[in-house]
Design a protein around this ligand. Structure first.
Ligand code: BGC
Length: 762
């Protein structure tokens, strides 16, 4: 039948047109980067390749760890930088450019964004991720996906899920309790999937609570499709498949890269001997066919504008630089004499190592760009070498002489490339001692010193009290040198903010002691208290808090107002005024908390943010929406999201520790109806809004009436605070057995029945 009915390709091929062997073959790669073609029915092969902050299409030899060269492409700022802009529209514009470059290179799916939570500053891949906060990660990831897919190219949201370290990443089980799993580690994925519907989701290498992500039906099917309505295809991370016969029916549609036919044959055998339902294979095949159809519908793109994309990369890098500290030194006067010190000024670190390694179309250096913008003299001394070679004393002496002769010293420090890579983690957060020693020498020679950092993960800044200005440059992509010069000279007014806390010491970070685990398990012992949630809960001092970032201008905040919308969302509005002399941008942040919650909550959690551009003196009305679902906690008793009722404190501010105003909003809670049982606690019984009052009355009646306690005893039990505290967690059914409590089991059953009846009636 299929032979006599030639098809025209993905447009009209369905699973039924294919043999069992063809179907199995379609659900794994042909090689490193492409899916299999089936010529008999005209199915094309399509390419899926990295990602995420540029296109990495390897020309000849293939590997997935960035070893072999790839075609030139624009290297945009990696997520660590882009995230700091707190601007999803900017991310979307980067996405559009990625989509264009992918389309121009005939790439169907670009493998990104990566939105895993930065659980520890040590994770080797933090440079590829946006934040320690799920809302920032999800919103920024969604922006990037929207942009990419607007050009008819698919995104691949990765690494799903709980892949928060590189150590033992292909085997280790991330052991996470349900609340942090839902509220921290899955929340960003949920946001990106529901808001941007990526063509593909890439499952991670690791296990979650013992089950490989690639075999986790709960994760890949129940949650991803059942709860979030994901419509696309699930692809394995490269080599993440453990047992394909288990993975496919769990929801893994496509194995990458090729298994050389070995696992295809396993699928065929499993269908033949009844271990695998062919319908599960058909479902996966259908999703591959969908992907091929989408890819074939992509409009043809001939090349891309290298200059325009480089200019965009520079703009984005400028929006990504975080001004950590500035005691009047920046911006530099154009006429100032400047000593540029540090090898990174000439040999930039602009991206991290591994599968995201882009071959840039060009590369700016900060030194050249500073010289272009300067009207004074700009000297240069490397101060150190990137590989640690050379005569340290001589290099330092040269740097000190340059610093002494200049009005300002700008010292470029950073992490060596070898310390930040996919595949392994750091084991400390310190800058190299040689660089720190150099900085001390320069500072002694010229206290007017600016430090510019190049690092993909947070580093300790022991010098921060002694240096008048610190610029966090992260890894800024190929145009980072120009953007750094723009910020240093005030051509661009810095506006980015930290999406991760910079701790004083590694030992302060919440995951310390629970990272990276051992013997195949990593226990997420800090639970919900990840990142700033943990630093705030423990009232720890930090070097720079989550959300921090300065500007060359200043902003004042008006009082916020909150209005409950018909949808249940809360609209928060406030005026923000640029009170300084230069145009600038402010990232306004909104945090919520709920006092007296029934569940553990961090002191405050980010729920919304906005990046607002304001001219000098201008006042702008800023509107932020707190989505009702973002107020929800994961209720482990009911296994679902619950919005707890109560008076929520909404705080707005310039950082998580620079809160400028607040407003309280009363939120109606979701009904939580759980029938009381003999296992329910006295507190459960009394706290229930419907059953509580009835139970109190019933208690008085039962205790006072039929079963031996007098009215005074009953009232003491009900009213005495200490007694009630003691009794609160007592399971109701055990009261009867407790010595001295003259209540019969039957009496308690009567009480519960009365309460349940009152509740169902009410
Ligand atoms: C990485 C992915 C990447 C893939 C293909 C894996 O090692 O974890 O992020 O997309 O390789 O290069």
């Amino acid at each position: 039948m299929t032979q006599s009915n030639p098809k025209t390709g993905a447009a009209d091929v369905v699973a039924a047109d294919l043999t069992l062997e063809e179907k199995a073959s379609l659900t794994s790669g042909a090689d490193f980067w492409t899916t299999k073609a089936i010529d008999r029915v005209g199915l094309p092969s399509v390419m899926m390749t990295d990602g995420p902050h540029g296109l990495r299409k390897q020309a000849e030899s293939n590997d997935h760890l960035g070893l072999a060269d790839s075609v030139p492409a624009t290297c945009f700022p990696p997520a660590v930088a882009l995230g700091s802009s707190f601007d999803p529209e900017l991310a979307e514009r980067v996405g559009v450019a990625l989509g264009v470059e992918s389309a121009a290179n005939d790439v169907a799916v670009i493998l990104g964004p990566g939105i895993n939570i930065k659980r520890s500053p040590l994770c080797g891949r933090n440079f590829e991720y946006f934040s320690e906060d799920p809302i920032v990660s999800g919103v920024m990831g969604a922006g990037l996906i929207r942009g990419i897919q607007s050009r008819g190219v698919g995104a691949s949201l990765k690494h799903f899920a709980a892949n928060n370290q590189e150590f033992d990443r292909m085997r280790a089980s991330s052991d996470i309790d349900p609340r942090p799993l839902r509220e921290i580690y899955l929340r960003g994925f949920e946001r990106a999937v529901t808001q941007a519907q990526p063509w593909t989701v890439m499952c991670s290498y690791n296990r979650i609570n013992g089950t490989y992500a690639s075999e986790d039906r709960w994760l890949l099917t129940d949650v991803l499709r059942g709860e979030w309505d994901f419509e696309g295809l699930v692809v394995s991370d490269w080599g993440a498949v453990n047992d394909r016969v288990v993975g496919l029916p769990a929801g893994l549609d496509l194995e990458m890269p090729s298994s050389g036919g070995r696992t295809d044959a396993q699928l065929v055998a499993a269908v033949r001997d009844g271990r695998l339902d062919e319908a599960a294979l058909d479902l996966a095949v259908g999703r591959v066919l969908d992907l091929l159809r989408k890819a074939q519908a992509r409009p043809t793109v001939e090349g891309f504008d290298i200059d325009a994309h480089h200019a965009l990369a520079r703009e984005v890098a400028g929006r990504s630089i975080v001004l950590l500290k500035n005691e009047g030194v920046l911006p530099l006067a154009r006429a100032a004499t400047v000593a540029v010190i540090g090898a990174f000024a000439e040999q930039p670190r602009y991206q991290g190592a591994g599968s995201s390694l882009i071959n840039p179309t060009r590369l700016d250096t900060a030194l050249d760009e500073l010289r272009t913008l300067s009207e004074g003299e700009v000297s240069y001394a490397p101060g150190f070498t990137l590989d640690g070679s050379g005569d340290a004393a001589a290099l330092t002496a040269q740097a000190v002489a340059a610093a002494r002769a200049a009005e300002v010293a700008v010292v470029f420090l950073g992490l060596p490339a070898s310390e930040e890579s996919e595949g392994y983690d750091r084991d400390h957060i310190d800058l190299p001692p040689a660089q720190l020693a150099l900085l001390e020498a320069v500072l002694a020679a010229n206290p007017v010193t600016v430090v510019v950092l190049s690092n993909g993960g947070a580093v300790a800044l022991p010098f921060r009290d002694r240096v008048p200005a610190i610029v966090e440059g992260w890894l800024l992509g190929q145009a980072g040198g120009g953007a750094t010069a723009d910020v240093l000279y005030g051509v661009v007014n810095p506006s980015a903010k930290l999406t991760e806390t910079i701790p004083l010491r590694l030992a302060d970070s919440p995951s310390f002691g629970n990272f990276p685990g051992e013997f195949g398990h990593v226990r997420y012992g800090e639970g919900l208290l990840v990142g700033y949630r943990g630093f705030d809960a423990r009232e720890l001092e930090v070097a720079y808090p989550f959300g921090h970032g300065l500007s060359y201008t200043t902003f004042s905040y008006g009082a916020p107002s909150a209005t409950l919308q018909a949808s249940g969302d809360v609209l928060v509005e406030l005026d923000v005024t640029n009170t300084g002399a230069s145009a600038g941008r402010e990232v306004v942040q909104l945090y919520t908390s709920l006092d007296g919650s029934v569940v553990q909550r961090p002191p405050r959690e980010l729920k919304a943010f906005a990046s607002v551009a304001l001219q000098a003196g201008e006042t702008g009305r800023v509107a932020l929406t707190v989505r009702r679902e973002d107020l929800a906690y994961w209720d482990v008793r009911l296994d679902r999201w619950i919005v707890e009722g109560g008076d929520y404190l909404i705080e707005v501010g310039a950082s998580s520790r620079d809160l400028r105003g607040s407003v309280v909003v009363r939120i109606e809670g979701d009904p939580v109806v759980r029938p009381l049982t003999m296992e329910s606690s006295v507190a459960d019984l009394l706290a229930d809004p419907v059953a509580g009052p009835v139970a109190r009355e019933a208690m008085a009646a039962v205790f006072g009436g039929g079963v031996g306690m007098d009215a005074a005893g009953a009232s003491m039990m009900a009213n005495d605070e200490a007694m009630m505290k003691m009794m609160a967690s007592f399971p109701i059914g055990r009261l009867a057995a407790f010595p001295g409590v003259p209540v019969s089991y039957d009496g308690i059953e009567t009480l519960i029945a009365a309460a349940n009846q009152a509740r169902s009636a009410g």
